[in-house]
Design a protein around this ligand. Structure first.
Ligand code: HAM
Length: 426
């Protein structure tokens, strides 16, 4: 036998029963987001590299170190999407949105970042995300955050902390950058090489550095909300007030900036403090943004968030199993004895599937013993056995797999017989 070929590091195959857990989280997202007026959008998994460089910011870790970029056969530089916002904004801008209109969308799908793989940190990971364009108000931000917390509650992710901050506007950031440079200047020697460079290029990125030595300096850096203009401070205070009004507890994290450069005003992150996540404990993050798109001089503003499905699964810390999610086990196994019975069995299986039952039919003509072993392995509720004798009478032997009941049933009545077994539970 050939050697095993493992998936590429940082990627995984996902099997039952976990797949059923994924479906559960995805369906809950569809249900909860729809309650807030969001509809699903699907955008390509790769885009022109330019979209991410301009949209996310060329000084970000994601753009500088983590993108999967390649040249296609036509010599175009393309990139596997490292996040969803830039692509969704491109799609919304392309469709056009009339003045005064709004658009609320959500997406579910894989994202790609060349990070060092660890528990909860993958190179292909999956996000559920939302974006809302057209209402640039604190109320929109507060509702967006409330929706995220509602989703986390519905999927039973507990022990969460909602961290909230503001980055102000582009105008605010000019003088805030100056204050930050003034603060970090005297500490330059204590910062990592990257951050020393960032002092000149993008001092905000120092606040986000993962290096512990930089973290110590950052802890005593000025609090961003104290440096905001009065209008931006009012926006932030309104978001805080409205979150309180809708009963969403939060903590102000005055140096939270997030890793993507398109944010302005509100930024937030949800961490999960339970035992299952370890270092990668940010289950979701988002904020208000203003994205520059290539080929357009009109940036698009919106608010949104994304949650990592792998981390949500870890945070839940348990698997509900395939059966609980209604996926996996089959209702009936159709066993056949002989060639003529095989075609009759296949026809019966099709008919039962048409009535909504999950049915597996023997396709090889093995011994009855081997077929029953398979029915057991599949956790089938009932077995329907068709032999030449039953076939001649237009019947089949129907048998409970876990009980004693066994009846010879007319082929036309089998669906009713199966229904009776599942309803009576005998
Ligand atoms: P982000 O914070 O980069 O934001 O990612 C959101 C979430 O995706 C994280 O909180 C984490 O749960 C998950 N995640 C990120 N990287 C990985 C990874 N390598 N492995 C596993 N999970 C990961 C964004 O992507 C923004 N687009 C969110 C947003 C939407 N902001 C506004 N709208």
């Amino acid at each position: 036998m050939a050697g095993k070929m493992e998936p590429v590091p940082g990627t995984s195959d996902i099997w039952l029963p976990e797949t059923s857990e994924w479906v559960l989280l995805e369906n809950a997202a569809r249900e909860v987001f729809a309650r807030y007026g969001y509809g699903e959008v699907r955008t390509p998994v790769f885009e022109r590299t330019d979209l991410f460089v301009r949209g996310i910011g060329d000084e970000t870790e994601v753009v500088q170190k983590e993108m999967y970029t390649f040249e296609d056969r036509g010599g175009r530089s393309l990139t596997l999407r490292p996040e969803g916002t830039a692509g969704v904004m491109r799609a919304i801008a392309n469709q056009g949105i009339a003045e005064g209109d709004e658009k609320r969308v959500f997406y579910i799908g894989p994202m790609f970042r060349g990070e060092r793989p660890a528990a909860g940190r993958k190179r292909q990971f999956h996000q559920v995300g939302v974006e809302a364009v057209g209402r640039n108000t604190p109320a929109m931000d507060a509702e967006n955050i409330a929706m995220l917390m509602d989703y986390l509650r519905v999927i039973d992710v507990r022990e969460t902390r909602l961290l909230l901050n503001s980055r102000g506007t582009a105008a605010d950031r000019v003088h805030i950058s100056e204050s930050l440079r003034d603060f970090f200047g005297p500490h330059q020697e204590s910062l990592c090489g990257d951050c020393q460079r960032r002092l000149a290029t993008n001092v905000w990125r120092v606040l986000d550095c993962k290096n512990p030595a930089c973290g110590e300096v950052v802890n005593s850096a000025p609090a961003i909300p104290d440096l905001l203009s009065p209008a931006s401070r009012e926006f932030f205070d309104d978001v805080c007030r409205l979150l309180t009004a809708v009963d969403v507890p939060f903590e102000v994290a005055p140096r939270l900036v997030r890793g993507l450069d398109y944010y302005e005003h509100t930024v937030f992150e949800v961490t999960c403090e339970g035992e299952h996540l370890g270092a990668q404990n940010a289950v979701a993050g988002g904020g208000r943004y203003r994205i520059a798109l290539p080929g357009s001089n009109k940036p698009v503003s919106g608010v949104g968030f994304a949650a990592g499905l792998e981390r949500l699964l870890l945070a839940r810390g348990r698997c509900i199993g395939a059966e609980a999610a209604g996926i996996g086990p089959v209702d009936a196994y159709v066993a056949v004895l002989g060639d003529t019975a095989l075609s009759a069995g296949m026809a019966l299986a099709q008919q039962l599937r048409g009535s909504g039952w999950r049915v597996v039919c023997e396709v090889e003509g093995r011994s009855l013993k081997a077929q029953m072993r398979t029915a057991n392995k599949l956790n089938a509720g009932v077995a329907v056995i068709i032999g030449e004798a039953e076939l001649a009478k237009g019947t089949a032997m129907c048998k409970q797999m876990t009980g004693d009941r066994q009846d010879e049933v007319a082929v036309t009545d089998i669906a009713t017989w199966i229904r009776r077994q599942t309803q009576s539970g005998d």
